[in-house]
Write a new protein. Sequence first.
Length: 255
Amino acid sequence: MTMMTNRRAATLLALGSALAGCTVGPAHPGTNLSYAPPTAATTLAPQRGPAQLVEPGAPTPADWWTRFRVPALDALVAQALAANNDIASAEANLRQARALAGVARGNAGPQVDAGYNVERTRLSGALSSPLDDPNASLYTLHTSQLSVSYPLDLFGLQRNRIRSAVAQAEVSRQRLLAARLTVVNNLVVAAIEHASLAAQIASAQASVDSNRRIVDLLTRRQQLGDVGAHALMGQGGGGHVGNRLLEVACGRSGR
């Protein structure tokens, strides 16, 4: 009796160990991250235009660049989003991840397999007796088959595979959003810098043109004896400064 009890205890212990080995980890593991303290909203008062309220953490519109109300910028962003290779690759990865998630869900459902087969058979009567019925050598065989299988997810393996595939699809979606945001940000910043340099060049060019007109007027007045040479020399120094500013602005813009 004692030996049978020991055998049962050993069997139960082995079964418990096997079940413990088949258990999976936590379904939703978490990671505690330390975030920076929240920043209060700030109001910016520009030199021109209305005041702007900056709210950290507020949702940003998906088409935030359209708030500039510049049709040329909108067209440029649309062209960049349609022709960027990084965005196209991220979109392909997202489609693949969603397809794999669908496959994982499909594997968790019942599998149905149906088949139907028809065979028409005729036996040769060359070696049979002429007294036999010739119709007896013709027959048709119909075969149908239906099989249904359902995977038993006792330990949560399939459920965790589905969660993993869905999480991978979400990661691919976030990567696509990051790629789009990176392309748009770089393009808008480059467009703003280009516009700023173009404005600086236009301002420097206007200053140089004004200085040239002043020099021409002073030259005429000197010819008439109204001013001396010192006035013309002083205005010429200002012209050199304007030309230098124009060269610096053109150099920064790559012209």
